[in-house]
Ligand binder design. Structure first.
Ligand code: SF4
Length: 236
């Protein structure tokens, strides 16, 4: 029987349309673009992009956790994985303080860097915001290969909407997540749900990077940055 309350098909269709449009725009900016119909397909695409002998650096990404990508990489690449955001059974990060920063430095020199994304515009720009800078640093320079994994819910019409999404949605939820799940300090948005352009020591949005364009790869080479865009809602 027809269920008028279930809009999952329509939502999926909408994500598929946005994803395909966005991937074409990314390619126009020389950014590698892979379509994944769901998280399972995304996981298999991502794993296929990482050479067996590579060292792998991870940025903090709920999308990659929800897609099981982080877990699979940890299990297959073992000691060659640098993950500053590995959590223990109680939720706290297993490595903290200076050691965590050192691990972030190792991420910056890994062969392959994987990260989530805060927003992707329909004209093919990547927008990422970060508190430490590790997630945006690896995106810009360092690792030879960068794989961005994102759900279609991150697609926005333009840069203004990208900044709005980051400030009004992603940052407060992420700050609250770090407080609840990892025992981190709370900037104001983790209390009120709104950004107050704070100067709090635990501010999570200090660095914003926009990737507008990538130089075309040399003949026979793949683009340095590849986006695996998933036609479903994932992450923050
Ligand atoms: S500036 Fe402060 S209050 Fe605003 S989103 Fe960032 S951490 Fe939250």
């Amino acid at each position: 029987m027809l269920d008028e309350r279930d809009l999952s098909q329509e939502q999926r269709w909408h994500y598929q349309q946005l994803t395909k449009k966005c991937l074409k725009a990314l390619e126009r900016n020389n950014i590698g673009a892979c379509y994944a119909r769901d998280r399972d397909e995304a996981r298999s695409i991502v794993l296929g992009l990482i050479p067996e002998a590579a060292t792998v650096g991870l940025g903090d990404s709920v999308t990659m956790l929800q897609a099981g990508i982080t877990q699979e990489i940890e299990s297959r690449w073992g000691e060659r994985v640098f993950n500053p955001f590995r959590v223990g059974p109680q939720g706290a990060f297993t490595v903290g303080g200076r050691d965590q920063i050192d691990l972030m430095r190792q991420v910056a020199s890994a062969d392959v860097f994987l990260t989530g994304m805060n927003a992707i515009t329909l004209d093919g720009k990547l927008v990422n915001t970060d508190g430490f800078g590790n997630r945006v640093g690896g995106l810009v320079f360092g690792p030879r290969k960068v794989i961005v994994v994102s759900g279609a819910n991150k697609i926005v019409p333009n840069l203004d909407e990208a900044f709005r999404r980051i400030r009004d949605v992603a940052a407060p939820i992420n700050a609250r997540r770090h407080y609840l799940k990892h025992g981190m300090d709370r900037p104001p948005c983790a209390v009120t749900g709104e950004c107050s352009d704070c100067r709090h020591p635990a501010r999570i949005c200090s660095f914003t990077v926009i990737v507008e364009f990538q130089r075309p790869p040399r003949e026979g080479r793949k683009p340095r940055i590849t986006v695996v865009l998933i036609a479903e809602g994932l992450g923050i």
